[in-house]
Design a protein around this ligand. Structure first.
Ligand SMILES: [Fe+2]
Length: 329
């Protein structure tokens, strides 16, 4: 569109009292109604934030400098913006809104900044961590739908730190991916592999997010966990993790990711698993039964939750592509 032909609403003499409505009017030229709605709410809340805190110019500039530093430290292997979103509790909030879970299904949690796209595909029973200092761990899982039927052929992305609490990408001299893999569930919905027992670790805290945590007197630690991501057409994309019970940081995770349903005990293989999976009886064992939700179930639940939440706020909305926009009819 020729910019000179865009019809801009007339405005001048903008004040504390009318800047918000005028900024929204300016943005309302956008044709996409969802983008328009998101921008309208973003501007409204940003302006309310400034008004309510009586934000000073110095504080505003401090905030902009902070965001600049967050951007500057980002690289292919460091995602400080995800970390910032995580420590502010926004990541877990968005996941809960966008991927609601009916009871009985596996809850989601934060992706974190260390997922990569370079993990190698691995077969059943293979070794995903080559850290000799880690405690060897046998992991045996099942994957079912909400009706209890096994799901075959799900792509499962798994990643964990080494025994020092670092992901492979945090080692500058690394030779290639380690502590991460991609697997597929078999016809019985089973996938199993060999890993190491997860350990707690601090999120990267040598950058601006670390400084923020320090200023707030918050520790940077995450309880021991292993990440999982499940993908199969027809099912809602599940990003989750399993956390070790009784970890010292179980109830104070720096990124708010722990959920009771995702907290597990590490046991011993015992005679049955030892025989079946060719390990010693006292070999560490982690088992878990994951339950995936279909796209249709998720979409219906998401829309239902949206309507209830926006109704409480007194907003009349309609759904477009599964997301709410104001209903102006
Ligand atoms: Fe992690």
């Amino acid at each position: 569109m020729d910019p000179s032909q865009v019809k801009i609403p007339p405005m001048k003499d903008l004040t504390v009292d009318n800047i918000t409505e005028n900024a929204i009017r300016m943005n309302s030229l956008c044709e996409d109604e969802r983008t328009r709605y998101v921008l309208e709410r973003l501007v409204t809340h940003l302006h309310d934030f400034a008004k309510e805190t009586r934000l000073s110019s110095n504080e505003w500039m401090t905030g902009l400098r902070f965001l600049t530093e967050v951007g500057k430290i980002c690289s292919d292997v460091r995602q400080e913006f995800i970390l910032l979103s995580d420590v502010l509790g926004l990541s877990i909030l968005v996941d809960s809104i966008d991927h609601p879970k009916p009871s009985g299904s596996t809850e989601g949690t934060v992706l974190g900044p260390f997922h990569t796209h370079e993990a190698e595909e691995m077969g059943q029973g293979d070794l995903m961590s080559h850290d000799k200092n880690g405690e060897p761990l046998l992991v045996v899982c099942t994957l079912k739908d909400t009706n209890g039927n096994p799901i075959e052929g799900v792509k499962i992305d798994i990643w964990e730190t080494d025994s020092s609490g670092h992901y492979d990408v945090q080692h500058p001299d690394r030779q290639g991916p380690d502590g991460r893999c991609i697997m597929r569930s078999d016809k019985d919905g089973i996938f199993w592999f060999n890993a190491i027992t997860p350990v707690p670790y601090p999120i990267p805290h040598d950058g601006p997010v670390g400084k923020l945590l320090k200023m707030l007197h918050r520790h940077p630690y995450r309880p021991a966990h292993m990440h999982f991501m499940f993908e199969k057409p027809g099912f809602d994309h599940l990003i989750t993790a399993l956390y070790l019970r009784n970890d010292p940081y179980e109830t104070s995770d720096a990124v708010f990711g722990v959920k009771d349903s995702l907290t597990v005990d590490i046991g011993k293989a015992g005679p049955e698993y030892a025989k079946k999976y060719n390990v010693s009886e006292d070999h560490a064992l982690l088992t878990y039964d994951f339950v995936l939700v279909s796209d249709a179930e998720t979409r219906a639940l998401r829309e239902k939750n949206s309507k209830i939440a926006l109704d409480k706020l007194g907003r009349k909305v309609k759904m477009v592509n599964g997301l709410p926009v104001p209903d102006l009819d």
